[in-house]
Design a protein around this ligand. Structure first.
Ligand SMILES: [Zn+2]
Length: 408
């Protein structure tokens, strides 16, 4: 069980490593540019979230301002009603004052009249019962005189009393009006104070809304800037990719035949070139295939093994011009191995090379027949042999082809 897990993990690891090949191939700078783009995209996402939060807060504040505005309007209406009532009360108070003045004037007039009469009566010596009696010519005259004076006095006094009473009543009513007015004034002052506070809060909240609007704009500007930067990175990536393509094409044109006549391997590679433009990856005399595309068990091998006697240490050749996309030393699996991308869209893989024998590195251009390493037995191998694969895509096992169809 543990072994299976380890094996699965190993395959997965190799798959991951192989899947990275196109990135490696397309030069480091493309990778860097793409990383920068991803970073920018993350920042854009972050900023968008921040902006949403700001917008939500802004909308909340705007709704609060609307509530406060309604409250202020409500208070202003109440204050306006109070003003009307107060003004009505003021009119009534003024009317009361006028009435009080009138009553006072009437009272004063009446008092003067009475005083004058009494003075006249005194002066005439008719001020007392005895005076009246003595001054009367007869009893009828006496009664008439007496009643005249006392009646007069009584009616004057009654009138004055009633005037006094009326004046007091008006004064009391006036005091009531003044008290009511004072209450209304207090209520008005309270409402005005609340209105002032609400106005203050409203202006603070309005300031907050402007600040949040500004924050929104700032963050949007940042988002736009990042989006712009990514657009420019897109253009740069496209340009870089085109450059790489052109470079590959140029190299292909320089060696149009794909022949081995000019190759610099130094050793004879055996000459023959297949219709696919491939030569053998091992020198003549070592081209016996010990395991074909399927194992004797029937299981798919996905490769051919060159494993004839004496092959250990023999040079391994690039089967055609291309660019090295992987040159690695694994302790298991393929061991020391190389993957080359060719201009016809195919990839070749060379495995189990001798440790330390790698002559190429990733990103390097290679020519057909150029030695890339020596045959060995590193990784998952039981004896010296070259494991050779042809793929249509560098990272996928399922696209491994039968190498025999491509070799001479
Ligand atoms: Zn093999």
């Amino acid at each position: 069980m543990k072994k299976i897990i380890l094996k699965t993990f190993g395959i997965l690891l190799v798959a991951i490593l192989l899947l990275q090949i196109p990135v490696t191939m397309a030069a480091d700078s493309v990778n860097d540019l793409k990383n920068q783009q991803e970073e920018n995209a993350d920042k854009i996402e972050e900023n968008k979230q921040k902006k949403e939060e700001i917008t939500a807060e802004k909308n909340q504040t705007i709704s609060e301002v609307e509530d406060i505005t309604t409250q202020i309007e409500d208070y202003e209406n109440q204050i306006s009603e109070l003003n009307t009532k107060i003004s009505e009360l003021n009119t009534k108070i003024e009317e009361s004052e006028k009435k009080i003045e009138e009553a006072q004037a009437q009272y004063d007039e009446q008092k003067e009249l009475l005083d004058t009469r009494l003075v006249v009566a005194y002066e005439q010596g008719e001020t007392s019962y005895l005076d009246v009696l003595l001054a009367s010519e007869n009893i009828v005259d006496f009664i008439s005189n007496y009643f005249y004076i006392s009646e007069l006095a009584t009616s004057d006094t009654e009138l004055m009393d009633s005037l006094q009473k009326e004046k007091e009543e008006i004064e009391k009513a006036k005091t009531d009006l003044e008290n009511s007015k004072r209450e209304l004034d207090t209520s008005k002052a309270e409402k005005q104070s609340i209105t002032t506070q609400l106005e203050q809060t409203k202006s603070e909240k309005n300031a907050k809304v402007s600040q949040l609007t500004q924050d929104e704009q700032t963050i949007q500007a940042q988002i736009d800037e990042l989006a712009e930067a990514n657009k420019s990175l897109d253009a740069q990536i496209l340009k870089k990719q085109k450059e790489i393509e052109e470079q590959l094409k140029k190299q292909q044109q320089q060696k149009p035949s794909g022949g081995n006549s000019s190759s610099n391997g130094g050793t004879s590679t055996g000459g023959a070139v297949s219709s696919s433009g491939f030569i053998y990856p091992v020198p003549s005399g070592y081209r016996t295939i010990t395991t074909g595309i399927t194992y004797s068990s029937g299981q798919y091998h996905g490769a051919v093994d060159f494993g004839s006697g004496g092959i250990n240490g023999q040079p391994v050749y690039a089967v055609a011009d291309g660019m090295v996309v992987t040159a690695q030393n694994l302790t298991s699996s393929y061991g020391t191995y190389v993957i080359i991308a060719h201009y016809n869209g195919l990839y070749t893989l060379y495995a189990h090379g001798q440790r330390g024998s790698l002559r190429v590195s990733e990103g390097q251009s290679v020519s057909q027949g150029q030695q890339i390493m020596n045959v060995g037995s590193t990784g998952n191998s039981t004896g010296p042999h070259l494991h050779f694969e042809v793929r249509t895509s560098p990272g996928t096992y399922s696209c491994r082809q039968n190498p025999m169809k491509y070799l001479p």
